[in-house]
Design a protein around this ligand. Structure first.
Ligand code: TNX
Length: 505
């Protein structure tokens, strides 16, 4: 439908909330029907000039040392059927530049007569490709019309994550690959896998085969059992790495270990009578027999050695949540020191702050009001996952079936977006969590993850001064076809204007 010019200008001016210069755009619309420029997470700075770049084929001029960005670009061009030829009039250049202002992950994207992507690293160029991908339509066209933009962009936080609980209910390698692709589009870079819990043990450990024979065969009631072989995990690590995502493994200890106790009974104390696998949804009832350090620490060391050989992540999560035991602090301190001696940095859930640990150990905050100040004063970096904003196992809306213990009204998109990380001075970033006691299918995982993860990405990537929910709603609302193209069974969020129309999937 062709809108009357004035209405178009008005609509474009509404886009000013997204940080888009209203006047320039209005002129552009009048002259050339400037194409939209909706990017999530919103870049640090984006200028839009009048006019558009039209092309149907591109001449690729790529930096030799950016294989991941080149692959990502190739994928975008193939998906959109954009042919690449040496004779094409429009060049697209990927270049590595030595500009310290861009940091390790920043990039510059300029669309003028050419498309220029520059960054200091392959990772930065990969993000430039993702922004370009959002500027382009989701589906192939005969001719493309690209907004003439100058984007300078660097992330606010280095840790932009999502934790998936594959222990309560398993998610396949296939699903995780798709999930990594989706993360990449929104510049999320940490996939925390909660690999073990009471209901299941999902990682093959060669020295302890029963962990997956017994622990891998159980799941939460109505959930999915299963486990990943070491080969599968190595494949996933490489798949993620190529898309700018680091997989961070978690072995949850010394509580949340019923699957391990059921597999190797000697890890429990003698007076523990129930050593069968567990499919309920309670927490806090199982614990390693900390009174048998010679048994427990040998197991912990052997498991962690295999974990570390699979995952190159600089950080390794050792759990530490929801267990009360007189030897708890001792366990966390010793296990953190063990990880440190293996050359990696431990992550512990917030409760671990009671332990004696080096100040570089990361603490993951999950109860909004947890007294974390003393740990911050010691210098511990924080990963922010306050449950009332970032536990997206909770409903998209009040009353959606599932978890509601942290916030009865659910954790709607707007609530996620409103989290303010600024007061946490040692924060390295943001991580949402999808626990799976009540999330048992791929479709349900999609429904819980999207579009809320897009809001998480903006919290973690974009500077506070650029963020506004109104702007986010306008930009994200427009990216719906991109989610459809990725075949995401997202929640049709009414705030984004999605509730009234049928999704394309
Ligand atoms: C708390 S958050 C847990 C998980 C549950 C989750 C359910 C945390 C460190 N522990 O064991 O799955 O609540 O929302």
């Amino acid at each position: 439908m062709k809108l009357p010019f004035k209405l178009e200008v008005l609509l474009v001016c509404l886009a000013a909330a997204a940080g888009i210069g209203c006047d320039k755009r209005a002129t552009a619309v009048a002259e050339t029907e400037a194409p939209p420029a909706h990017i999530v997470p919103i870049p640090q700075s984006m200028e839009i000039a009048a006019g558009a770049l039209r092309f149907s084929a591109l001449r690729v001029d790529a930096a030799a040392a950016a294989p991941n960005a080149e692959r990502a670009l190739e994928e975008v061009l193939t998906t959109l059927n954009i042919s690449t030829k040496d004779t094409a009039a429009t060049p697209i250049q990927l270049q590595l530049v030595d500009d310290p202002a861009l940091g390790e992950e920043g990039y510059r994207l300029v669309v003028g007569d050419a498309i220029q992507l520059s960054a200091r690293t392959d990772a930065g160029l990969l993000y430039a490709v993702q922004s370009l991908r959002q500027l382009l339509p989701a589906h192939s066209q005969a001719e493309y019309n690209l907004a003439q933009v100058t984007i300078n962009d660097v992330p606010a936080y280095r840790w932009r994550g999502i934790s998936l609980d594959v222990a309560r209910s398993f998610l396949s390698v296939d699903y995780l690959e798709k999930h990594i692709d989706r993360m990449a589009m929104f510049k999320l870079n940490r996939l925390h896998l909660h690999l073990t819990d009471d209901q299941g043990w999902r990682i093959e450990i060669k020295r302890y085969p029963k962990l997956t024979e017994i622990g891998g065969a159980s799941a939460v009631k109505d959930g999915r059992a299963g486990y990943y072989t070491q080969e599968e995990l190595k494949h996933l690590v490489a798949y993620a790495q190529a898309r700018g995502v680091t997989i961070v493994p978690e072995i949850d200890m010394p509580g949340h270990v019923q699957a391990a106790l059921a597999s190797y009974n000697e890890l429990a104390c003698k007076d523990v009578s129930n050593l069968s696998v567990y499919s309920g949804v309670e927490v806090g009832f199982s614990v390693f027999c900390l009174e048998k350090p010679e048994v427990v620490y040998l197991f912990v060391r052997n498991v962690l050695e295999e974990v570390i050989a699979i995952f190159p992540s600089a950080e390794i999560h050792i759990g530490g949540d929801e267990i009360k035991h007189p030897l708890y602090a001792d366990f966390v301190g010793r296990t953190a020191a063990m990880v440190d001696a293996m050359g990696r940095t431990p992550i512990v859930w917030e409760e671990g702050s009671v332990a004696e640990m080096k100040p570089n150990v990361l603490l993951q905050l999950w109860n909004d009001g947890y007294a974390i100040d003393a740990a911050v004063a010691k210098g511990h970096p924080l990963i922010l996952s306050p449950c009332s904003y970032l536990y997206i196992d909770h409903g998209n809306y009040a009353g959606q079936p599932g978890a509601d213990w942290c916030r009865g009204e659910g954790v709607p998109l707007k609530r996620v977006y409103e989290f303010n990380p600024a007061p946490f001075k040692t924060a390295v970033g943001i991580e949402a969590a999808l626990w799976t006691e009540f999330v048992h299918t791929d479709a349900s995982a999609d429904d819980h993850l999207w579009p809320r993860l897009a809001a998480v990405s903006e919290l973690a990537w974009s500077p506070a001064g650029q963020r506004s929910y109104a702007g986010f709603v306008q930009r994200m609302g427009a990216l719906r076809p991109q989610l459809d193209a990725l075949d995401i069974h997202y929640y049709a969020e009414p705030d984004l204007g999605w509730a009234d129309a049928e999704p394309a999937h």
